[in-house]
Design a protein around this ligand. Structure first.
Ligand code: ADP
Length: 496
């Protein structure tokens, strides 16, 4: 009897293999970092072989260290950095160029040219749920076909295929047998019609991408073939696939409409499950496909919003300003004062995202007095994370028409108890922080384990979760409203 599921967690800076048992406990993790390639300002690439070798390396390490055989492993689940784009030869498996990473801005002008017409932008949003941007795969594929020697001819002759990182890993791990992606990753390409659940001919045409390059799109929980790769146990089924944020939503057991999670990392990613309804945002949020349990029978959706500077604000105060030596010290510093003394830090260092969408805004510090000290400023940086999430939650409530009653949290900065309490206070709702913070890997494992029958259903998954840290609002609503007014005022001054 198989005792484990393995999650392959393929991130932007490292690849990890995580061994998870039936109780949902993390038994072991192997991790390998790989190089970031910056060929010119604003460009970011990964070598496809680096992604592969770091991922396979961490998998073999995990298998070797725990003496695992194929029979010990019920299934493999994959979660991955989203949008990153690869094109390779269908016969030889040779990539035609480095992967263009989601962060890469090389196609920003191309997107402006192709999608600048408001009518086109609106059609794209209606079909894909996305606001046209260079992040998404569509313009990256076009760039590769137009800029790599001979690529377009080869693509039109049917020799080249496209994939996001999940597709690349599945293709290699199955020995080239399966060219497929899952619905969540497909929904980040800007080529997928999220209502019809199919590649969209009009979008493929707009970005001049031959349909023959596109992978087959499958549900997130179900079969993606089995391992057939030298050096790792053969015949392990790959049964779960999701983009990292959707995997985290699933790993947080947000299976139903109205449930939400926020990840507090370098940036923040807030996702609200909206069930079978693809909620169209009027507030600059994107609509994306959520991962579903097997047998759901229809597509499920989520609203997604992100904050650019979250934990990064603490990093900046530590590394550039020198106000603290350790991110974790921010908690004690914030608690050394009862408030910020009227100081607000609006971390618009790289512009303001949803719901404001002001790419040219820059950071501001307002309300300084002779009494302002470093603790006030550090506290203002932590509070700013909570205010930005509060802004996103308000936008989501307006778009979805339902109030948020509970927020599930994870990510490095969610360890900060001051921040969590303050977040609960300004939102006026409960925060739940699970004991196992590895919600992304857990989500991939859950999707694979459900399809493999390792876990019976989503109720069995919910039952695995216990002893959450729970934060409940303690601040008066009047005080919270005053603070939020002050924040709104500071944001106004930032945008002006
Ligand atoms: P990512 O996955 O985006 O690299 P992590 O989830 O590992 O990020 O979180 C790291 C970020 O969280 C860093 O930006 C760091 O400044 C911030 N951070 C980590 N611990 C704390 C803490 N205790 N309080 C506030 N911020 C923290």
């Amino acid at each position: 009897m198989a005792q484990y599921v393995i999650a392959l967690d393929q991130g932007t800076t490292s690849s990890r293999a995580v061994l998870i048992d039936k109780k949902g406990q993390m038994i072991d993790v192997a991790q390998r970092e790989f190089p970031q390639i910056y060929p010119s300002p604003g460009w970011v690439e990964h070598n496809p072989q680096d992604i592969l070798l770091s991922q396979i390396g961490s998998l073999s390490e995990l298998v070797g260290r725990n003496n695992l055989k194929a029979a010990d492993i019920a299934a493999i689940g994959i979660d991955n950095q989203r949008e990153t784009t690869l094109v390779w030869d269908r016969t030889t498996g040779e990539p035609i160029a480095n992967a263009i990473v989601w962060q890469c801005r090389r196609t920003a002008r191309l997107v402006d040219e192709l999608c600048g017409d408001p009518q086109i932008a609106q059609t794209i949003q209606e079909k894909t749920g996305l606001l046209p941007d260079a992040y998404f795969s569509a313009s990256k594929i076009k760039w590769l076909l137009d800029n790599v020697d001979g690529a377009r001819d080869r693509a039109e002759a049917g020799e080249l295929i496209f994939g996001t990182v999940d597709t690349w890993l599945i293709w290699v791990l199955t020995g080239g047998a399966v060219h497929a992606t899952d619905v969540t990753n497909a929904s980040r390409t800007m080529l997928f019609n999220i209502h019809e659940g199919a590649w969209d001919p009009w979008l493929l045409d707009l970005f001049t991408v031959p349909a023959s390059m596109m992978p087959e799109v499958r549900p997130s929980s179900g079969s993606f073939g089995e391992t057939h790769y030298l050096g790792i146990p053969q015949g392990i089924p790959i049964m779960g696939v999701a983009g990292d944020q959707q995997a985290a939503l699933f790993g947080q057991c947000c299976f139903e409409a109205g449930q939400a999670k926020n990840t507090y990392g370098t940036g923040c990613f807030l996702l609200l499950h909206t069930g079978a309804e693809a909620c169209h945002s009027k507030n600059n949020l994107v609509t994306t496909i959520a991962a579903s349990a097997p047998g759901t029978g229809h597509l499920e959706y989520a609203l997604e919003g992100s904050v650019f500077m979250a934990g990064a604000t603490i990093q900046w105060l530590r590394d550039e300003v020198g106000l603290l030596t350790n991110a974790a010290d921010s908690e004690a510093m914030a608690l050394a004062e009862t408030d910020t003394g009227g100081v607000y830090l609006v971390p618009a260092h790289t512009g303001l995202g949803a719901p404001y969408w002001e790419p040219d805004a820059r950071g501001t510090l307002v309300g300084l007095t002779r009494g302002t000290n470093r603790n006030h400023i550090v506290r203002a940086a932590l509070e700013a994370m909570a205010y930005q999430i509060s802004d996103l939650v308000k936008a989501m409530e307006a778009d979805s028409g339902a109030p948020l009653t509970q927020l599930n949290v994870d990510g490095g900065a969610s360890r900060n108890n001051f921040l969590m309490q303050f977040q609960s206070d300004v939102l006026g709702c409960e925060l739940h922080r699970p004991q196992n913070p590895e919600t992304t890997a857990l989500g991939a494992a859950y999707l694979a384990g459900l399809a493999a029958g390792f876990w019976e259903d989503t109720n069995a998954l919910k039952a695995l979760r216990s002893n959450d840290d729970v934060f409940t609002p303690k601040m008066s609503r009047v005080r919270a409203a005053e603070l939020l007014d002050g924040w709104a005022d500071a944001v106004r001054r930032t945008i002006m």
